[in-house]
Structures are given as C-alpha cells and as structure tokens.
Ligand binder design. Structure first.
Ligand SMILES: [Mn+2]
Length: 300
C-alpha cells in the first residue's frame, strides 16, 4: 500500500467534542464510520480528531475510550483513527500529573486543578482517567499535514514557538510531555489557548505564514466555536466555516454552546458559505479563564 492508495481512502476530520459522546456517535454514524454499537464501520477511511475530547460536557473519558477503540478497530480494517492534542488534553493531563502544584499567572499563582475547574473540568472524568489513557494521550501530536491540509487544534501561530517544521513542533511537544516539569506544561497549555490568529485583516497573512512554515495548503482547526467568529446562533451552524481567503477551515461547531458536532470529509466539496469581509471580523465570546490576578492585584 503506497501513498497513492492511502490518499484514495476517504479522509474525515472531527472538531471539538468536549464530552458530548452521544452527539459524537450520532455524527460518526451519520457518516457510516461507526455502526449502531459504536464499532468501526469505516473500512479504509482515515479519521482525525482535532482535540479537546474532555471538559464542558458530561462524558469526556467516554470520548477518549471511543477514540482509543476506534484507533484499534480502524487499523485492523485497513483504515486509521488519529487525534491531535488540544489545550484541554494538556490541561487534563496537567491536573492528572501536577494537580495542586503552583503555576504562575499574572499577579500570583494558580494550579492546574483550579484552571481546569474554571474551564469546565468534570470531576467524574478525572476519577475515571487511567494511566493507560494518560500515556496514550501524551503520545499524540499537536499538528499533522494530511493530503495538503494542515491539521491543528488552535487557530493560533503559537505552534511556531516549538519549531520551524512540523516534525520539530511535534518533537518538542512530545519532549515536554515526557518531562515532569509543570512550568513547561503550563506554558504549553497557555500557548494552545490562544485564538483568532487567522481572522481580521492580518488573518490571511498569519495563515499563509503558518502554512509556509509547517506545510499544507489549507489550515483545518477547531478550538474557537464558529459562533464566536460570526455571531451566529449556535443552533443554526450546519457545517465548517471557510475563511482567511480560503486558507482556513474552522470545524468547531460550538457543541457546548448548543451547536453541532461537526464531521467533515476533506477536501471540502460542498458549496462554501459566504465569507465575511475579513476587515469586519473580530473574535467574539469569552477569553480563556487563566486565573490572571493582575486586574485585582494592581501594578506591582
Ligand atoms: Mn481548545
């Protein structure tokens, strides 16, 4: 089986799931990727998750378990199931490894556990999280190029802080996740919470820059719910959003806001939705709660 054969197999990508296991199963079933019992039925198809399996929804560990079993079953069928790490995987792993170890924020310190709880952490997930699952997650990449698509979790150029090529970026992050250093893990988490790099007037330039460094012709990301970008009602979102002069695709339907679990077959072939004039864009909605105390503490 050479590269040409691989590229003949359908490629599907899933946006942020955030513990919404039943919605994920329904979306994969609708694409005939799993059967009624949630076993792989996608044959040689290639399935990629863009990260953020856990938090903000009821059954994040159920999503991890499903992804791990699909990875096994799809490989046996000649297909594949892969995932990227999102900021919420780094956060959950951080809680698991370093829970109450102090980490710095502007004006003071906080802990992985506090920030996890502030950003939708579910105690029930942490209680079920196993060493095997943690080891599996810690071995996953943060970026990949597949059929000319640069797959990343966050709409951010922060990946370039870890290397100039995709191999360097994934290698540096893998090294960080092998070392028990809570501060470098915390930096990684914070970097992956950044968003909005490909929006607005400079967005197309930032997208082109990231593509020229890491490869691929089009970025496919999650992390920032489409309703945050467009102001749309989450319940009206029906598919991915193409923007940044066609160089970026957002696959985060905003599932925890009432939006859909988006699964897209790439390359996109459906008519692309109208593109907002870039100059009018700005990222809406909430910032990550990183526990910064500076506003309360005043200047040093
Ligand atoms: Mn995210």
């Amino acid at each position: 089986m050479g590269a040409a054969a691989e590229q003949d197999a359908p490629l599907y990508v899933v946006g942020d799931v955030h513990g919404h296991l039943e919605e994920l199963k329904a979306a994969l079933r609708a694409r005939d990727l799993i059967d009624e019992d949630a076993h792989w039925s996608g044959g040689r198809s290639r399935l990629w998750f863009l990260g953020d399996f856990t938090d903000r929804g009821p059954d994040g560990i159920g999503v991890v378990e499903l992804a791990m079993s699909l990875a096994r079953e799809s490989a046996e069928a000649g297909g594949s199931t892969r995932m990227l790490l999102g900021n919420h995987e780094i956060l959950l792993l951080g809680v698991f490894r370093f829970g109450d170890h102090p980490v710095p924020v502007a004006g003071g310190s906080t802990t992985f556990r506090e920030i996890w709880l502030r950003n939708g952490g579910m105690q029930s997930d942490l209680e079920r999280f196993t060493d095997e699952q943690a080891d599996w997650l810690a071995g996953q990449p943060v970026a990949a190029v597949v059929d000319g698509h640069l797959l990343i979790h966050s709409d951010s150029n922060a990946y370039l802080e870890y290397g100039d090529t995709i191999e360097e970026v994934d290698g540096t992050v893998a090294d960080i996740l092998r070392e028990p250093d809570p501060l470098s893990w915390w930096d990684l988490f914070r970097n992956l919470t950044r968003r909005g790099a490909f929006m607005g007037e400079v967005g197309p330039y930032a997208a082109a820059d990231l593509l020229s460094e890491l490869g691929g012709r089009r970025i496919v990301h999650g992390h920032t719910p489409i309703p945050y970008q467009t102001g749309e009602d989450p319940s009206t979102i029906t598919g991915p959003r193409v923007y940044a002069d066609g160089q970026a695709v957002n696959l985060d339907g905003g599932i925890y806001l009432g939006g859909p679990c988006l699964v897209a077959r790439l390359p996109l072939t459906a008519p692309e939705p109208g593109v907002l004039p870039s100059a009018l864009e700005e990222t809406q909605g909430r910032e990550y709660d990183l526990g910064d105390l500076a506003a309360d503490a005043g200047d040093e």
